[in-house]
Design a protein around this ligand. Sequence first.
Ligand code: SF4
Length: 338
Amino acid sequence: MNTPALSLIKSDLPEKWQEILADLITDPKELLDFLELEEAANPYSPVACTQFPVKVPRPFAERMEKGNWHDPLLRQVWPDLAEEVTDPLRSEDPLQESDFNDKPGLLHKYHGRVLLTVAPHCAIHCRYCFRRHFDYAANTPGRARWRETLDYIAQDTTIEEVILSGGDPLAAPDGYLRWLLNELDAIDHVRTLRIHTRLPIVIPQRITAELRDILNSLRCQVVVVLHCNHHAELDDRVFEVFSALAEDGHLLLNQSVLLKGVNDNAASLIALNKALFSQRVLPYYLHLPDAVTGTGHFDVSEVRGKQLIDELRSQLPGYLVPTLVREEPGKSSKTRLA
Ligand code: SF4
């Protein structure tokens, strides 16, 4: 089947997602210049930039408000001095994922499903990321090393769902994705292929006709779990790709992280979930941030998270209220809090 191209909304940016990916903003000073902000008001941390380099796609930067240090998109990517704060209660691997990582690129934490780290990088570096210290180099196999992992999945008939994660799996080239998805699709007991991605939001140009063809050719049900934290991340171009994916018959869900200074108020979460639903995306999880080293300035308490869910329940239909969750090391599923 040949999927028609999207009716592209005009932009000054290149149309090829690879060109946008090759031209990310990686210098905090360039981001400040673009946003017409003075660094003296909020200096960045060179240490944080070394540990987890700045990466901001230009389509995402264009949605930030110029001159506003409190912009919720800027806060998610700004390498704040607070990242240098050390805290013995925080860790580089708070979920102890390395304990579940005995095949190349595979995490098998939950019954019935496995997670594959498909791409060694993301298009954006979210400063709160729970995998900011993850060893992608050791956990993103090439095609030859995937064989061992594919055999593992083929031999365990309890595995019905494979989650493609990263990095961002859609940062991988189409040829590679086609090969890997087809290999997984050929395993009879795998019924669902779930893609966890932020790329349709930060570089919507990534949803090409070729990628849609790949997804549309699969036997398995495709679930796309988006990651969007604030309604200002959404624009007409992003909505266009959500509509296309929904019209292709894929289930679209969204997960957000509850972040101090970004979305820790009911009005913001309500606006986000209404905007997503207008494009057939359902809220899924609202995560409390994980206790990752260098991210304490984003913390929101469990009590505040529960209050926010109560406020959402009082103003939205149940299907627009995400489940508040926390991941805890060693648990066989996420802990539902509200
Ligand atoms: S896109 Fe996801 S995996 Fe990548 S940096 Fe952001 S939160 Fe982390």
